[in-house]
Design a protein around this ligand. Structure first.
Ligand SMILES: C[S@@+](CC[C@H](N)C(=O)[O-])C[C@H]1O[C@@H](n2cnc3c(N)ncnc32)[C@H](O)[C@@H]1O
Length: 305
């Protein structure tokens, strides 16, 4: 089984406008599909810092072509600590030529039953990308109030009957505890509306985003990226969720995730990036046919001013 098929590969490489001696970051190494293509284009002086918080991704980085490439550095960390980690490696703020992030989870994570990311397998409700720390999906389901669960399902999952589902979870807890994916699927089955696969996908994705604080991490990452990029440096982000795409769009436009237009002392509007993608780049029909998981990908690109 392939670890992960990289989405929008050619488009991401074009976005970065790589030059052989540049300094680059792949914030989401995964199976290393994007990273390998970047490394191929780097010369002896080029450097690639690859981040991933997942232990299995780290194991991939120990293989060829990464191991042994003098310019390759793997950082097993949440990308929300981009600035801190890069500084520790001697990379100064304002010196990075390009940063790529391909958000979300890899096919490997989704397809490994014991990680608990998918409703397709019965397994412990874990869903942590970094299995060494943090709360699991079972913890969220067993501990959150009905209101907090409603927010997770409604805001992150866009589940239409989020309140009903949250209440059904609380009722389930009165007799039992959430342990396995089947516990959650069972509760979903009792209240679901619309197509089964869509409903379960939305609920599981929402929980995963909550467990890993994915929007919080993205906000920190975007801020750090702006600081780490050199003027003329490029930021390319592939998002798979409308909330994340909106955050990226707002950030490229205004320098903040809310999209608030700020003015400096002289009344000039602050625009930290030149935006390359007025509309996001999406995969071609051929790509989505070959790799259906790429279908919701949206790539946005900005050049730091
Ligand atoms: C969609 S996959 C990336 C696939 C990769 N571009 C490739 O070509 O194989 C996303 C990866 O990012 C990692 N990831 C997601 N959020 C992260 C975060 N906040 N910090 C570090 N790694 C993260 C996941 O563990 C996963 O391996």
């Amino acid at each position: 089984m392939n670890y992960h098929a990289p989405a929008l590969l050619t488009e991401s490489l074009d976005a970065l406008q790589l030059h052989p001696g540049g300094v680059y970051v792949d914030a989401t190494f995964g199976g290393g599909g994007h990273a390998a293509a970047i490394l191929e284009r780097l010369g002896d002086k080029g450097r690639l810092y690859a981040f991933d918080q997942d232990e299995d991704a780290r194991a991939n980085a120990m293989n060829k072509p990464f191991a042994g490439h003098a310019g390759f550095h793997f950082v097993q960390s949440n990308f929300r600590f981009l600035k801190r980690q890069l500084r520790a490696l001697g990379v100064r703020p304002g010196s990075v030529d390009g940063i790529l992030a391909d958000l979300g989870v890899s096919s490997h994570q989704l397809d490994t039953p014991e990680r608990g990311f998918s409703y397709r397998f019965d397994a412990a409700l874990d869903m942590r990308m970094n299995t060494a720390e943090g709360q699991s999906a079972a913890d969220v389901l067993n501990k959150y109030t009905a209101e907090a669960l409603q927010r997770v399902f409604g805001e992150l999952g866009e589940v239409r009957n989020a309140r009903t589902l949250a209440q059904a979870c609380v009722q389930f807890r009165e007799k039992s505890r959430f342990r396995n994916t089947a516990d959650l699927s069972g509760v979903c089955e009792s209240v679901m509306i619309g197509e089964r696969w869509r409903y379960l996908s939305q609920v599981f994705q929402a929980l995963r985003m909550e467990v890993n604080d994915e929007t919080g991490a993205l906000a920190d990452f975007l801020r750090d990226s702006l600081e780490m990029l050199a003027p003329g440096g490029r930021l390319a982000v592939i998002a798979y969720h409308s909330i994340e795409d909106r955050m990226v769009k707002n950030f490229l436009k205004t320098g903040n995730i809310e999209g608030t237009i700020n003015q400096d002392f002289y009344g000039n509007i602050e625009r930290p990036f030149e935006i390359i993608t007025k509309k996001p780049i999406e995969p071609s029909k051929a790509e989505t046919e070959e790799n259906p998981r790429s279908r919701s990908a949206k790539l946005r690109i900005g050049i730091k001013k």
